[in-house]
Ligand binder design. Sequence first.
Ligand SMILES: [Mg+2]
Length: 253
Amino acid sequence: MIKAVLLDLDGTVYRGKEQCPDAAEAITRITNNGFEVRYLTNNSAARPNEITEKLIQMGIPCEPHWVLSSGIVAAKIIAQTYKTVGVVGNPGLIESLTEQGLEVTDFESAEAIVVGICHAFDYQMLRKASDAIRAGAKFYATNPDPTYPFENNRLAPGAGSIVSAVQTASGTIPILIGKPEHHMPEVVCQELNITPNQAVFAGDRLDTDILCAQNSGCLPWLVLTGVTATLQPNIPGSPTLMGLADYLISTNS
Ligand SMILES: [Mg+2]
């Protein structure tokens, strides 16, 4: 019995400033039928309040605590073990870490180092973060995405490009938090007090969303509103989220 619906954002719920076809109506039907909804984004700098505002303006149901970025989940996981953290990341990631009770410190005094998308990244930061990791700080990476889509169909370097630099300089492989790893759905299911097989994870990418669903034991659901153009023989899916709403309502009633 499915109790929760985890949704990728980009290409699944919205594309830039517009909702994906059927998204508002489908997600409204899903929440009206009693399913919990959570939005999972690999963008470590995403702010739940901003995403909630954007979704509500599109007519899509959302509350700030429904939004989980790779940064928020990294913060929750690091806070289970450590108190201090050094950050290679944007202000949104720093906010997520402090909200989970972590103290953001300089690299030398940090028990853990977390690396995400960082527009202020430079050689000095690379050197200090790598030194700290080599000296024993635990190395976390928010997500492995090499690039992210930018205006006019261009690509900008993503967190993965920065993570690779720190990995190379420190000689250490990080613990990866974001999709396609299992951590994000796992943390959501723990908080909802359900098992992963009681959740569907819907997304537009086979190499992140669908793989993440499979890695974490959620039911995968592919939609064609983003990067994937055709349905796959062995993966449940539908052209838009409306097919998921139909499936959930018909199988759970
Ligand atoms: Mg996507």
